[in-house]
Write a protein that binds this ligand. Structure first.
Ligand SMILES: Cc1cc2nc3c(=O)[nH]c(=O)nc-3n(C[C@H](O)[C@H](O)[C@H](O)COP(=O)(O)OP(=O)(O)OC[C@H]3O[C@@H](n4cnc5c(N)ncnc54)[C@H](O)[C@@H]3O)c2cc1C
Length: 415
């Protein structure tokens, strides 16, 4: 342990360790990590500070204080992150600070719309955790995800957007002409309009090493990252249509694509299967699962297991693309706005949902293209639609003066 860094003591299998690592990573906070299963001193340390018990994660801060199994909220408080907004009422609340949310927020704030962004993780969304964005217009040399996120944040803040990071939106409700957003700490914020820009989550395999090599050999988007694998061999994991289609796309760059399928055949449509089978650059391995990703800061090898024999073998593709589905981050609005059968939010052409005043943009929206540039474009379009929505409200209803804001309690949530 150094005296300037946070040190986290954990294990590979511990879910709370993964959550805490993800939280610190998203906040771009550096820390040392000690795997107590492979570090006798680390194990002895956590036993000493936990009265003989082996509890992980145990996190030691530079001031010497220790948090054991902290929640994200406890971590946020300890790290001095702002977890409450300055006021209780805004013109617009944007949930999610990816390209869609922050673009909408800066467009809105630039036009004088008082805007709060609520973000559960680090500012910048998925784009912010991407190693490199190579296809966002205006960056001819590409841009690191972290720099892209910092630039978006700075631009939004320049126009007066307030950003509440490390705070999760847990529900919304309508209250007459107002909308209300609830947060994980029990807070409630009122607004005239909400923009849902919560993105989606690439489903992961959940095997050791996967989180460690995201963007450094493990990828979830061929359109985004295939060009990094020109003339190299890649592994695709998944057996559905997206795995098949993305494999065909990958052959434009990679010298060879191997698809690892859990079952005895691909579940993709017949057309996709036939295209895959007839492509000389693609091999399909059936009845295999990934057991582990190995490397040293970058992916070096993948351990595959034959599901029939249990036999394990190590292969060394240059990169791995995992296509096992996408889950929209929309659980907290389920039942409040219409979604498709997979949970992606349905909107009209003006990006408004079936709930008046509630808009959606970016990857959480049904029909989105899962690209940063289109998410930003939808954010801009949503901001313009929200401005149009707010105009009659502003003239027909008494707007709350800034002085009143934050003083009037919001009514209790409807059932
Ligand atoms: C590894 C990786 C590489 C990629 N590479 C590229 C690339 O090269 N080029 C490209 O165009 N695209 C790329 N993409 C896709 C691109 O990042 C997304 O399409 C884009 O970020 C979507 O923007 P968004 O604003 O809709 O959602 P997101 O960027 O997903 O942002 C949504 C935000 O909402 C937050 N959120 C979710 N739920 C809540 C809640 N309840 N309360 C508060 N906050 C919440 C999330 O924490 C997140 O920060 C990549 C994605 C990944 C994962």
């Amino acid at each position: 342990m150094t005296d300037t860094m946070i040190t986290m003591y954990g294990t590979l299998w511990c879910g709370d360790c993964k959550r805490a690592k993800k939280f610190l990573g998203e906040q771009r906070i550096q820390y040392d990590y000690v795997d107590v299963e492979h570090d006798a001193d680390g194990l002895a340390f956590i036993e000493r500070v936990n009265s003989g018990k082996q509890i992980v994660p145990t996190i030691v801060f530079p001031d010497g204080s220790i948090l054991v199994e902290p929640s994200n909220a406890e971590l946020a408080v300890k790290l001095g992150l702002t977890t409450a907004a300055k006021r209780q009422f805004y013109d617009l609340i944007v949930v999610g600070s990816g390209p869609a949310g922050l673009t909408a927020a800066l467009y809105a704030a630039r036009e004088g719309i008082e805007t709060l962004v609520i973000e559960q993780g680090g500012v910048g969304g998925q784009a912010g955790i991407t190693e490199r964005l190579d296809n966002f217009p205006g960056f001819p040399e590409g841009v690191s995800g972290a720099e892209f996120a910092d630039r978006l944040r700075a631009q939004a803040e320049r126009f007066g957007v307030e950003i509440l990071a490390a705070q999760e939106a847990t529900g919304i409700r309508m209250d007459g002409d107002y909308c209300v957003v609830r947060t994980a700490d029990g807070g409630e914020y009122g607004c005239w309009a909400i923009l849902l820009a919560t993105g989606s989550t690439y489903r992961r395999l959940g095997v050791p090493g996967e989180d460690d090599f995201i963007g450094a050999g493990v990828h979830f988007c061929a359109t985004c990252d295939a060009p990094f694998y020109r003339d190299k061999e890649v592994l695709v994991v998944g057996g559905g249509n997206s795995a098949g289609e993305e494999s065909i796309f990958l052959t434009k760059f990679a010298s060879k694509v191997t698809i690892a399928v859990r079952g005895d055949r691909m579940k993709a449509s017949q057309v996709v299967r036939e295209s895959v089978e007839s492509d000389p650059k693609i091999d399909v391995l059936t009845d295999v699962v990934v057991d582990e990703f190995r490397g040293d800061g970058r992916l070096r090898s993948v351990v595959l297991r034959d599901t029939r024999t249990g036999e394990r073998r190590e292969i060394t593709p240059a990169g791995v693309f995992v296509f096992v589905g996408l889950t929209p981050n929309t659980g907290f609005v389920r039942g409040k706005v219409a979604t498709d059968e997979r949970g992606f939010i349905l909107t009209d052409a003006g990006l408004q949902t079936n709930a008046p005043g509630v808009f959606a943009a970016g990857d959480c929206r049904a029909g989105s293209t899962n690209q940063a540039a289109s998410a930003a474009g939808e954010g801009a379009a949503a901001a313009l639609a929200i401005r149009r929505y707010l105009e009659p409200l502003a003239s027909g209803l008494p707007r709350r003066a800034s002085a009143e804001v934050g003083t009037e309690p919001l009514t209790a949530p409807a059932a």
